[in-house]
Design a protein around this ligand. Structure first.
Ligand SMILES: [Zn+2]
Length: 94
C-alpha cells in the first residue's frame, strides 16, 4: 500500500501557488501554466515553450523565463539562417 497518490496530491500541494489565474485579456479564471508548441504573432514557432495560456480566449502570456527563451531561440535561429545563406551563396559561386 502506498501513501502517494499522484492525482490527489496535485490538489493539496503548493497552496500558495494557484494553478489557475484570472486572465488579464478576457477576465476569465482560465489562465494556467501551459507547455507545448507556441506560434508567435510574427510566425516564429517554438516547439516546446512553457508559458501562461488562457484556455478561454486562447491568449498566451509570457513570464520573464519564457521571454528569455524566446530571445535566445530567436538569436539562435537568425545565426543558423546566416550560416545557411552563406553556404547557399558559396554553393552558387562554386
Ligand atoms: Zn483570456
Amino acid at each position: 500500500m502506498s501513501l502517494y497518490h499522484p492525482n490527489e496530491t496535485s490538489k493539496t500541494s503548493k497552496p500558495n501557488e494557484p494553478e489557475v489565474l484570472p486572465c488579464p485579456e478576457c477576465g476569465a479564471e482560465a489562465m494556467r501554466r501551459w507547455r507545448g508548441e507556441c506560434r508567435l504573432l510574427d510566425g516564429f514557432v517554438i516547439a516546446d515553450l512553457e508559458r501562461w495560456h488562457c484556455t478561454a480566449c486562447e491568449e498566451d502570456f509570457f513570464d520573464p523565463q519564457a521571454m528569455d527563451k524566446i530571445a535566445f531561440l530567436r538569436k539562435e535561429r537568425s545565426n543558423s539562417r546566416l550560416k545557411l545563406s552563406k553556404r547557399v551563396k558559396e554553393g552558387n559561386y562554386v
